[in-house]
Write a protein that binds this ligand. Structure first.
Ligand SMILES: O=C(O)C(=O)C[C@H](O)[C@H](O)COP(=O)(O)O
Length: 210
């Protein structure tokens, strides 16, 4: 199964309020070079947005974020989600994600959660909330004892800090919403979203960090 961490260096995290924004927004992200898109289920429009992007933007790889129940796992996959991301995990949620047939990233923020996932055979995780939970320093510290765990840090990351995360050997990609500023989305300024996506797609690791 393809790894979510290797889809793209930057995964935009999208909160859709108006379902009619979903397709133009996804087109702008894809045009800017960010094809892997996490649409959160935080808003009621989330599932419809996934469905519309899956149907109308074939070059996008749309996934579902904020997945916290087995029902949301099933609904997301039925709507066309090609990967699943959760902010945290339980065994119930993990079982449903495993059974979904699509790649998934359970969320962690502590060492014990990482160890518990490794114990269950899962090596790829979301690190959330990245900045608040310790940022790059925390991930560097985890790499010593737990080099087999790989992460997609998300939460509070922007264009200035993303290269520092991407330079870490245990980071496959970063997630974030910085290329979707609320005022640009409200104004339906898809050109600005595309330009910010292009900048984000050009970000790479800033050099060896460990
Ligand atoms: O909705 C979820 O499932 C989450 O886990 C939270 C999001 O991934 C982050 O809130 C995005 O982070 P920002 O780039 O700080 O906006």
């Amino acid at each position: 199964m393809a790894s979510v961490l290797d889809l793209a260096p930057v995964v935009p995290v999208v909160v859709v309020d108006d379902p009619s924004d979903a397709v133009p927004l996804a087109r702008a992200l894809v045009a800017g070079g960010l094809p892997a898109i996490e649409v959160t289920l935080r808003t009621p429009a989330g599932l419809d947005a996934i469905r519309e992007i899956a149907d109308a933007v074939p070059d996008a790889m749309v996934g579902a974020g904020t997945v916290i129940t087995p029902e949301q796992v099933r609904e997301s996959v039925a709507a066309g989600a090609r990967f699943l991301v959760s902010p945290g995990w339980t065994d119930v949620l993990l079982d449903a994600m495993r059974a979904s047939g699509v790649p998934y990233l359970p969320g962690v923020s502590t060492t014990s959660e990482v160890v518990a996932l490794l114990e269950r055979g899962v090596r790829e995780m979301k690190f959330f909330p990245a900045e608040a939970a310790g940022g790059t320093a925390y991930l560097k510290s985890l790499y010593g004892p737990l080099p087999q765990a790989r992460f997609c840090p998300t939460g509070g990351i922007g264009p200035a800090s993303a290269p520092d995360y991407l330079a870490l050997p245990n980071v496959g990609c970063v997630g974030g919403s910085w290329m979707l500023p609320a005022d640009a989305v409200a104004a339906r300024d898809w050109g600005r979203v595309e330009a910010l996506a292009r900048e984000a797609a050009g970000l790479r690791g800033s050099g060896a960090q460990v």
